[in-house]
Design a protein around this ligand. Structure first.
Ligand SMILES: [Zn+2]
Length: 305
C-alpha cells in the first residue's frame, strides 16, 4: 500500500504500461472518500483495482478533486461521473466550462497527439454542470472526511489549484511542484498554452506558506524534502526558460529549436539519472512540447518573435 499518512494514499496508474508516471491520490475518512486527479480513462481499470485494494467502492467516493483539467489528470472524470452521478467534482473556475464542454480541450490535444489520442487517454466525457463545484482559491473545502485549504497555483496551467490537508501536512500539488521520479531531476512541465514563469514562482510561495511536510506530485509521488525540491524546481524553470529564449533569439525554425531544446534537456536529466528513469520522464512530459510552452510564454511577453 502506498501510504502518505493515515487515510491518505495513492495509486500508481501504470500509465502506458509504466510505473511511476501518473499517481492518483486517495483520501479516506468518516466523511467518505475523495479522489485527487483520477487520471485518464485509459487507466480507469487500474484506478478501480487501486480503489478495491484500499477497500473502497464507488458509492463511498463522494468527491473528485481536480488540480487541473489536463488529460493525464482529469480525463476520466466525466466517465466516472456518468456511472456514479452522486460524485461532486471540484475544479478551478477557469476549468469549469471545459469540463462541461471539453470540445476545445480535445481539439487542442488532438493537434498534439493525433492518432494516439485514444490509446493514450481514452474518452474525455463531459461533466454535467450540476456535478461541478467551482473554486477560486483561498477557500476551505470538506472532502474525504477532512478539511482542505485550496490555493490557486497557476504557472503550469492558468486554472491549476493545489489542496492542503493541515492535519497530515500533505499538499496535493498536481504539476505545480514539477515532475520528479525517484528523487531525480526536478523537471518543470511547460507544455502550451499558458505557461507563466512569474506566476509559477508566486504559486510556489503559496505552497510554502502552508509549510507542508509532504508534497504529493502527480508525476510522481510524495516528496518530503519540500524546500530543496521547490528550490530546484524554480532553478530548473529559470534554466529551461532561459534555454528556450536563447534558442528563440537564434536562427532556426521552431521545430529545429524544439529538437535542440529537447537534446539539451535530455542531457541535463541524464546527468542525474539512469537511462530507464530518463525514459519515464519522456512519458510524463515530452520535451518538444515543453519548448512550445516556453516559446509561447516568451512571445506573449514580447521577448521573442
Ligand atoms: Zn498538466
Amino acid at each position: 500500500m502506498n501510504t502518505l499518512s493515515h487515510g491518505l494514499s495513492w495509486v500508481d496508474l501504470q500509465f502506458s504500461g509504466r510505473s511511476q508516471v501518473v499517481a492518483t491520490g486517495l483520501v479516506q475518512g468518516h466523511g467518505g472518500v475523495a479522489i485527487v486527479d483520477p487520471g485518464p480513462t485509459s487507466c480507469l481499470q487500474t484506478l478501480e483495482l487501486g480503489l478495491q485494494a484500499n477497500g473502497i467502492r464507488w458509492p463511498d467516493v463522494r468527491h473528485v478533486l481536480l488540480t487541473h483539467i489536463h488529460l493525464d489528470h482529469a480525463g476520466a472524470t466525466g466517465t466516472i461521473v456518468r456511472e456514479h452521478p452522486h460524485i461532486k467534482v471540484l475544479v478551478h473556475e477557469r476549468g469549469v466550462k471545459h469540463m462541461i464542454d471539453p470540445t476545445k480541450l480535445i481539439e487542442s490535444a488532438t493537434r498534439i497527439y493525433r492518432d494516439r489520442m485514444d490509446t493514450l487517454w481514452g474518452e474525455f466525457a463531459a461533466v454535467p454542470a450540476n456535478n461541478l463545484v467551482s473554486l477560486a482559491g483561498g477557500e476551505r473545502v470538506e472532502a474525504g472526511g477532512r478539511t482542505f485549504d485550496v490555493a490557486h497555483t497557476p504557472g503550469h496551467a492558468s486554472h491549476h489549484v493545489s489542496y492542503f490537508d493541515g492535519s497530515s501536512g500533505v499538499a496535493f500539488v498536481g504539476d505545480t511542484a514539477g515532475v520528479c521520479i525517484n528523487g531525480g531531476y526536478v523537471l518543470p512541465p511547460t507544455p502550451p498554452p499558458d505557461i507563466d514563469v512569474e506566476a509559477w514562482g508566486q504559486s510556489v510561495d503559496r505552497i510554502l506558506a502552508w509549510s507542508p511536510a509532504t508534497l504529493m506530485l502527480t508525476h510522481f509521488g510524495p516528496v518530503t524534502s519540500v524546500r530543496p525540491h521547490l528550490a530546484s524546481l524554480l532553478d530548473n524553470l529559470h534554466t529551461t526558460a532561459g534555454m528556450a529564449l536563447a534558442l528563440l533569439n537564434a536562427p532556426g525554425t521552431d521545430e529545429e529549436r524544439g529538437s535542440a531544446f529537447a537534446e539539451k534537456l535530455r542531457h541535463k536529466v541524464r546527468e542525474q539519472m539512469t537511462e530507464s528513469e530518463v525514459a519515464t520522464y519522456v512519458v510524463a512530459a515530452a520535451y518538444e512540447h515543453l519548448f512550445s510552452g516556453l516559446a509561447r510564454y516568451w512571445r506573449k511577453k514580447g521577448a521573442a518573435t
